[in-house]
Design a protein around this ligand. Structure first.
Ligand SMILES: *Cc1c(COP(=O)(O)O)cnc(C)c1O
Length: 381
């Protein structure tokens, strides 16, 4: 079946006894055993819950993976992945990654003995030369946040499969494109992570995270960590994620169409000095994007010609909401240098171009004309 059909079928008739079309919310902590040594398949809701199981299976299916795991947040999902590694291990990450991913490594996991190197994953030579004898994983974001740099997933996979003494896990944070546009496991990656708070749920109404594994041995290990540490997604939030997921195909098409219109309009604005959107013909890595994904998504960033203007824009927008996060039906605008990327050292932000002239936009599904008119009035003096 095609993607748009599979996404609508998510969790369909999970409850065979009633035939309920919408997956029931199994608001229960525990389950009755039929007899000693017997189980319905559900024993305790930290280990597994039917509502959570429905959404885990749905996302695993969409990512074409072996198994899915739903967590209390995207950061809980990333934590579970990082717990696969041991003190003394080394991992490589995309340098302009989600600010929280940078922070959890910089301020938590490196204290626990995990070494991390942040590189430009759009540059394959940088990736290759960062690999050491103790490197165990490469965590890639593509397109990156907020500069929309494109990493070549297939090439990074083949670098990782070169003759190193240990196999490296390739993990892709697929939050920005969702499986509608990009399915990293089909490109050879080992695991995919999502902040489900973004496009997967799509309505800015739930915080959740997902891991999808590509093979049984990883499923076993992530399943163990999920049950052992317990940062699971509850039944109510699992239901919200499932409900949001059903319109993923529809939403992603609209997000992309609107983002392309906004990007093209911004490009012509006299105060705009750069537009970062993978769908623009001049965007670096556009050919790689087209070879590994079926679209460009709904995220873009732009730079303006003087540092006072962002404050004015954030104050004047009416349709766009000045708020963190992304991927919901509502258009949001953020100021990465003081918000999402505040925990990144100033020098690193400066080198990457995450400065006081850069704004990031999550283009929603409103009418594109209204979005453009809103930016036009916000940008005018
Ligand atoms: C938001 C986000 C996260 C963190 O997810 P939460 O659900 O907020 O914990 C991780 N990666 C990316 C790319 C994100 O945008």
């Amino acid at each position: 079946m095609k993607f748009a059909t599979r996404v609508v079928q998510a969790g369909l008739v999970t409850d065979k006894s009633t035939g309920a079309i919408s997956t029931p919310i199994y608001q229960t902590a525990t389950f009755r055993h039929p007899a000693l040594g017997q189980s319905t398949g559900f024993d305790y809701s930290r280990t597994q819950n039917p509502t959570r199981k429905a959404v885990e299976e749905a996302v695993a299916n969409l990512e074409e993976g072996h198994a899915g795991f739903a967590f209390a947040s995207g950061m809980a999902a990333i934590t579970a992945i990082l717990m696969l590694y041991r003190p003394g291990d080394h991992i490589i990450l995309t340098e302009d990654c989600y600010g929280g991913t940078y922070r959890i490594l910089d301020q938590l996991f490196t204290q626990l003995g995990l070494a991390a190197t942040f590189v430009d994953t759009a540059n394959l030579e940088e990736v290759r030369s960062a690999i050491r004898a103790n490197t165990r994983a490469i965590l890639v974001e593509t397109p990156t946040n907020p500069l929309m740099k494109i990493a070549d997933i297939r090439s990074i996979v083949s670098i990782a499969r070169e003759n190193f003494s240990h196999p490296l896990d390739i993990i892709v944070d697929n939050t920005f494109l969702s499986p509608y546009f990009q399915r990293p496991l089909t490109l050879g990656a080992d695991m995919v992570i999502h902040s489900g708070s973004k496009y997967l749920s799509g309505h800015n109404d739930v915080v959740c995270g997902i891991v999808v594994t590509g093979k049984p041995c990883l499923s076993e290990r992530i399943g163990f960590i999920q049950n052992a540490t317990g940062s699971i997604l509850g039944p109510q939030d699992s239901w919200l994620l499932l409900r949001g997921l059903k319109t993923l195909a529809l939403r992603m098409r609209e997000h992309q169409e609107n983002a392309a219109k906004v990007a093209n309009w911004l490009k012509k604005h006299p105060h705009v000095t750069a537009v970062y959107y993978p769908g623009l013909p001049e965007h670096p890595g556009k050919d790689i994007q087209e070879a590994q994904a079926s679209g460009y998504g709904g995220m873009l960033s732009f730079a303006i010609d003087h540092p006072g203007l962002p404050q004015q824009i954030l104050r004047k927008v009416k349709v766009f909401q000045f708020a963190e996060s992304l991927g919901g039906v509502e258009s949001l605008i953020t100021f990465p240098s003081v918000q999402t990327h505040a925990d990144m050292p100033y020098e690193m932000r400066k080198r990457l171009g995450i400065n006081e002239c850069l704004l990031r936009v999550s283009v929603g599904i409103e009418d594109a004309d209204d979005l453009i008119a809103d930016l036009e009035q916000a940008l005018s003096k």
